[in-house]
Design a protein around this ligand. Structure first.
Ligand SMILES: [Zn+2]
Ligand SMILES: [Zn+2]
Length: 348
């Protein structure tokens, strides 16, 4: 099989050929058709995550090279282990990559994505920057028909991260305002699913006005520039504040803006990993009865719910650009520079 592992942190990914693994036990072998690129691939490849203020989060322990990155994987089943059930050769599936140890209390509670001994594909185990990938069990595979395969691949991280964050805002009433900060790949994914998941179309705060057209096409009722004080004031006056804010950027400025934009009793869901440090006045939390929560990808059950919703169709299109897997280094550089519109997907 062909893959693009990285031999050491920060070094370009280099093509490697090795014997294609054969599935044992409950394992399933997929031929990768599409693998989405995620911003966390950039951080994983670096081996650290810059939190801002000189603080770095070390990612090197879980992602020891040589490692094949890529956790937004869709493809076709080409072989199954002797104990694999519920899937057959030829089935087209998208992979839930956030696999846990299966034995800890979080895994038992259905939150494998939060397991502290993870076996996540493309992070702790080899992922989809390859033409084949081994999945430990068919329960991590989801049918995606009639979605196009490239779009389906982005469901596993970008889509699920958006959906998991939306679910943390529930329930919202018809008159409640949902504010989404950031119209990158994940933010747009949330914008397009908001009405179906929560019954509310969102307002989008995005500093880059060239992304406003995409946000509107995805279903935003309005767009505002979070750096424009007059626009924020007008938003507060018109809405009375947001019942829920999802921050898909995660910078100090967007965190502060999101907290300010809440009405009393509102909830700020933090998703983005831009980094930086912000000040919170503890007394404001009880006085305004607001909730601040984090959201990390989503559970296996949420993946099942989201796939059912997406397969029904009728949602605004998800902008996806495809390129050959051989251009993985160029694609990573482009993502690092922030110039990607929508989601980039690699195809072997
Ligand atoms: Zn991701
Ligand atoms: Zn676990």
């Amino acid at each position: 099989m062909l893959s693009y592992p990285f031999e050491s942190f920060g070094k370009p990914l280099a093509k490697a050929l090795r014997e294609t693994p054969q599935p044992a036990g409950s394992e399933v072998l997929l031929r990768v058709g599409s693998c989405g690129l995620c911003h966390s691939d950039v951080h994983l490849h670096d081996g650290f995550f810059d939190l801002g203020h000189g603080q770095k989060l070390d990612l090197s322990r879980g992602v020891a090279p040589p490692r094949v990155l890529g956790h937004e994987i869709a493809g076709t089943v080409v072989a199954v282990g002797p104990e694999a059930t519920g899937v057959a050769v030829g089935d087209r599936r998208v992979v839930y990559p956030w696999i846990g140890c299966g034995t800890c209390s979080l895994c038992h509670a259905g939150h494998e994505e939060l397991c502290s001994a993870p076996r996540a594909l493309g992070l702790n185990r080899d992922g989809g920057f390859a033409d084949h990938v081994l999945v430990p069990h068919a329960r991590y595979l989801f049918a995606f028909d009639p979605l196009p395969e490239a779009e389906a691949s982005t469901c596993a991280c970008s889509g699920l991260t958006a959906y998991g964050a939306l679910k943390k805002c529930a329930p919202l009433g018809a008159g409640d305002t949902l504010l989404i900060i950031g119209a990158g790949g994940v933010g747009l994914s949330a914008v397009r699913m908001a009405a179906a998941a929560l019954g509310v179309k969102p307002v989008v705060a995005e500093i880059d006005r060239s992304k406003w057209d995409l946000a509107r096409q995805a279903g935003a009722t309005d767009c505002l520039d979070p750096g424009d004080a007059a626009a924020s004031k007008a938003f507060m006056k018109a809405t009375g504040g947001a019942a829920a804010v999802i921050d898909f950027v995660g910078a100090a400025a967007t965190f502060g803006f999101g907290l300010q934009a809440l009405r009393k009793g509102g909830k700020l869901v933090c998703v983005g990993l831009f980094g930086g440090a912000a000040q919170v006045m503890p007394a404001m939390l009880p006085l305004r009865a607001v909730t601040i929560t984090g959201s990390y990808v989503g559970s296996l059950a949420e993946m099942a719910e989201m796939m059912a919703l997406l397969r029904q169709g009728g949602l605004p299109a998800m902008p996806v650009t495809t390129r050959p897997l051989a251009q993985v280094n160029e694609a990573l550089a482009e993502l690092r520079s922030g110039s990607v519109r929508g989601r980039a997907v690699l195809q072997p």
